[in-house]
Design a protein around this ligand. Sequence first.
Ligand SMILES: Nc1nc2c(ncn2[C@@H]2O[C@H](COP(=O)(O)OP(=O)(O)OP(=O)(O)O)[C@@H](O)[C@H]2O)c(=O)[nH]1
Ligand SMILES: [Mg+2]
Ligand SMILES: [Zn+2]
Length: 355
Amino acid sequence: MNNLFALGFNQAFIEYIKKNNLEEFSAGRVAQQHKDSYIVLTREGNKRAVITGNLRYSVSAKTDLPVVGDWVLLIASDDLYLIYQVLPRYSKLERQAVQRTGDSQLIAANIDHALIVQSVDQNFNLNRLERYISICHAGNIGPVLVFNKTDLLSGDQLNELISHVGRRLPGVPLMTATTVVKNGALDLLKSLKPQKTYCLVGSSGVGKSSLINAMMQQAVMKTSEISSLHQKGKHTTTHRELFVLHNGPLIIDTPGMRELGVTEDEASIRQTFELIDSLSENCRFTDCTHTDEPDCAVLQAIEEGQLDALSLKNYGKLQRESQRFEASKANKRKKDKAMGKMYKEVMKMKNKRKF
Ligand SMILES: Nc1nc2c(ncn2[C@@H]2O[C@H](COP(=O)(O)OP(=O)(O)OP(=O)(O)O)[C@@H](O)[C@H]2O)c(=O)[nH]1
Ligand SMILES: [Mg+2]
Ligand SMILES: [Zn+2]
């Protein structure tokens, strides 16, 4: 028996069901996605489910199909449940996988906070963290940085790292953890709220599944030694799975994402770089590209050490990629060749600009 509210069900879902006269169905939350079926948490317990043919053929995009975290409406039967409909998502963790095709991939739905896990000992990459943060902003998800494996650094080294990242990513909550020390993940666990849904993201090997195991106090996920991870492309975790923690929060484990796409929404990228945005209001030219213009407030801030030059570089890069992505998506939609051609010309011109 499950209590739906304990699984994150809320008033908005109830109202949607009422408004659309869908009360005849029972609701459930997708906890696991397998090749041809799902494990759904329902009031009656955890059930295996498949989607109806009607749902499969009526969706306009692959991302409309159920993913882990989704709330779905079910037709109950003895052993196999049928997923009739996916309820509207209040947030989604989505990556733009391939720029050329404009396809995006939905990782999980109805997430309140993403726990962006980074191992403090290995190739610390601020640009990557910024990318995760912009993916969160695009999907209406609150980002939280989790620095794991703190046992591998001295206290001084860790403090230095924290203040360095804090300067670059102000306003993003930061937690530390270690899974090899007793209670090393307790602060993190205590910071998670009942009925809220968290999703662990981050590169392969940073310890996402180890964190789940530490917080569940049992080995529910397989973890693997770093050495075997050196075989390129190997991820220990190969599926996504939602767990209910003892004190009530819900948490999803995901496989490490190697190729991070960009988010579609340029506004969200900007959000990550709020500082650059507000600074540019003081540039002499309104269309300043912050490359070599006179009286550029952004360049001045870099000179004065207020802003990291890398941040600016990354900002430009993300904007260009986002433009390319939107272009390829637009091309996909428009079968009209002439339109596609014209679009390309425009993009070429845009990309020619340094920024
Ligand atoms: N020293 C140290 N090692 C850790 C810590 N947490 C995890 N590890 C080790 O890091 C390795 C990878 O851990 P996993 O939990 O499998 O990593 P993951 O992020 O789930 O990796 P994928 O499933 O491939 O995405 C394992 O050998 C763990 O034992 C930690 O806090 N300190
Ligand atoms: Mg894992
Ligand atoms: Zn400028």
